[in-house]
Design a protein around this ligand. Sequence first.
Ligand SMILES: Cc1ncc(C[n+]2csc(CCOP(=O)(O)OP(=O)(O)O)c2C)c(N)n1
Ligand SMILES: [Mg+2]
Length: 364
Amino acid sequence: MAITDRAEAPVAASTLQVLAPDGAVVPGARYPFELSDADHVGMLTAMTVTRRLDGEFVNLQRQGQLALYPSCLGQEAAQVGITSATRDNDWLFPQYRELGAFVVRGVDPAGIGHMWRGMAHGGTGLIEKCCAPITIPIGTHAPHAVGYALGAKFDGVDTVAVTFIGDGATSEGDVHEALNMAAVFQVPCIFVVQNNHWAISVPLSAQTRVTDIASKAAGYGMAGVRCDGNDVLACRVVMRDALLRAREGRGPTLIEAVTYRMGAHTTADDPTRYRSEGELELWRRRDPIDRYRSHLVAAGIWTAQHEERATETGERAAKRLRDEVFDAPMPDPLSVFDHVLSRRSGELERQRRQLARETGRDAT
Ligand SMILES: Cc1ncc(C[n+]2csc(CCOP(=O)(O)OP(=O)(O)O)c2C)c(N)n1
Ligand SMILES: [Mg+2]
């Protein structure tokens, strides 16, 4: 059978945009007029703090204080726009790159730092903010989100599950099963695909035959929408629609936020080996923070004082992370077994005793 050329692949769905890269409102855009000035200031502050903290995480890893860190540089609009539309009791099921979502929820950066240092499994301070632990295995958290949403539907609880997945994650069986189950049972679950164009060194064009991920929603019988992921207002608008649909019992939504990972995949990666400087430069000119700031300054909403305050808040968050993580004592290795199951199985007990023996500890 002949394989069709990529150019013949289904046409991309239109991409919803509110702000052009220069910050001007796109003619005919669905502007979110319901947002107050304080809402706007809060969102740009969260994006600014995210960027500052993200840089601190990278620095700490470079100084040998963290095992690994996946930067969200360039994806702040998608994460802040989506999360700021949620209620505090809507549950987030992140992949591993969603620092912006945690900043919006007010998660203590120290808890996230402890996790990337290898001190705390899954991080601390997340559950309290209705955030599930991050997941390194790609896509395995999508069925968790659907399970939560199904439970909420059975119990009649007014809450929505939001799962963040990457473009690469859409190739996983777990994500397929989650999408299908969510549609079949019409659960209040929103799948947010941050299409940052890369799955480590594999480009989007080598991951899927379609040019837009949102069109996959039709195959599951659910709503699909594509938005400019570097446009925080576009992300906010599509998320508002999706949340309303979920709360009204009209089922799940697949949102594709088209963005770009400007940093390395993780601190263990060197992107210069597989992507061009020209591509990066193109996306630098679409920087989500510059775009939103230009818009808010022109609208008279964001002043030099706001910029100063946001910078200070970012510095404080970075200092808190640094103070709590730098040279922090490592926990007892035996604690690795403490939270695997509610009661330790025989096999876990055997492994625990073995580790105790090998490290000269008391297993009791
Ligand atoms: C099940 C599984 N397979 C492979 C990997 C290795 N891996 C780590 S990140 C990654 C790429 C994921 O890309 P994407 O979903 O687009 O997310 P992004 O890193 O771009 O945010 C892969 C394949 C993994 N962690 N888990
Ligand atoms: Mg990706």
